[in-house]
Ligand binder design. Sequence first.
Ligand code: THU
Length: 130
Amino acid sequence: MIEEAKKARLKAYVPYSKYPVGAAILLKDGTIIHGANIENASFGLSNCAERSALFSLLSQGYKKEDIVSMTVVADHNKPVSPCGACRQVMFELLPDNCEITLANLSGETKVMTKEALLPYGFKFEDTLNT
Ligand code: THU
């Protein structure tokens, strides 16, 4: 799956940061969904690889229950670290105990869960218990 995330990374549109990131999500039926970071001249509108992959997955009709694992890769001196916004989106859209592999181009990896990436994360149900 790291090789798949590297393939996704090649699709990044990063004229501003020049920091391409790739994400690959493995589904139970064997399908692999790619995501890459897509930037914009209005920097705040840029989308990270993780969110691109998850939004693409849902847009194609797949669901959280279809997901086996997610892998993210960037060229860094340690495994890539997802931003806070992506951690929140991953918290909601990935299944519980989903294996999340963070990697770099040198082959270093860090395997985590969404709960480890976002402890005490916010979810919709929290708004119902006031
Ligand atoms: N970025 C991602 O796509 N995923 C990450 O995990 C870290 C950061 C992007 C956002 C921006 O396009 C570029 O990397 C530099 O911050």
